[in-house]
Design a binder for this molecule. Structure first.
Ligand code: SF4
Ligand code: FES
Length: 243
């Protein structure tokens, strides 16, 4: 028997085991998200993808779809909460978009555009964070890390290397490198690893390839985050969680 959920009054079919996010993306419905990638097991940390299910707030990337769920996604209340989360992510790091090589390719920036963010709203933290430029091909600038753990999961589950981890707690949380010195150069990371290419912001970059694509011709200069994410899902044959 076919099963379906309703998202903003649109009937969406799903298969057993799919999350609400899986079903939404497969149906061409965009739910804002940062720590989710269809190729990796969901993590549920950013909370940007929160939706209301039968009146209760849940992360759509970790909540299984169940027949008959009434889901609200695109509401003023939810988008306001998502905007606040995004503003907090901006002010707790050093996101200097105009000088960042990832500008125009950055998911955080694109989500901010999507949500109509015009300022940081909260006082800037200006944290002091360590930059790791030790590797000949890979740059790690923790200033822009949003602790989404995409690189952690990609390195562990796809590259089979476990190069990255999140260390510390609260405001001391930071991305650490599993190597004898804690430096990238002493890890077994390779510039072709998925972990190097999955970072949604400008925290992990390939060296010596800056500004090859001009500003104005970059991913989100040409298409919105919703169009890109839904297109990417079709290309990767929708949900392929590594469960
Ligand atoms: S370095 Fe990038 S991918 Fe890794 S946790 Fe930070 S923001 Fe996420
Ligand atoms: S995308 Fe669901 S919690 Fe981050």
């Amino acid at each position: 028997m076919s099963q379906s959920i309703s998202i903003d009054d649109i009937e969406v079919p799903f298969e057993s085991g799919q999350t609400i996010m899986d079903a939404a993306l497969a149906a061409g419905i965009y739910i804002p998200h940062l720590c989710h990638n269809p190729c990796l097991k969901p993590h549920g940390s950013c909370k940007l993808c929160s939706v209301e299910v039968n009146g209760r707030s849940v992360s759509s990337c970790t909540t299984k779809a169940e027949d008959g769920q009434e889901i609200i996604n695109n509401s003023e209340k939810l988008n306001k909460a998502r905007l606040t989360i995004t503003q907090m992510l901006f002010i707790e790091g050093n996101h200097l978009c105009p000088t960042c090589e990832k500008t125009g390719h950055c998911t955080l920036q694109a989500v901010a555009y999507h949500l109509g963010m015009l300022d940081g709203h909260f006082p800037q933290f200006y944290p002091k964070r360590e930059v790791d430029a030790s590797h000949p091909s890979i740059m790690l600038d923790r200033d822009r890390c949003i602790l989404c753990e995409l690189c952690v999961r990609a390195s562990r589950d796809m590259d089979g290397k476990n190069v990255f981890a999140i260390s510390g707690r609260g405001t001391d949380s930071h991305l650490s490198v599993n190597s004898p010195t804690g430096k990238l150069v002493d890890s077994n990371i390779d510039k072709d690893d998925l972990a190097v290419h999955i970072c949604p912001v400008g925290a992990i970059l390939i060296k010596e390839h800056g500004y090859e694509i001009p500003i104005g011709c970059r991913t989100f200069d040409l298409r919105s985050i919703a169009e890109i994410d839904l297109g990417d899902v079709k290309l990767s044959e929708k949900s392929q969680h590594n469960e």
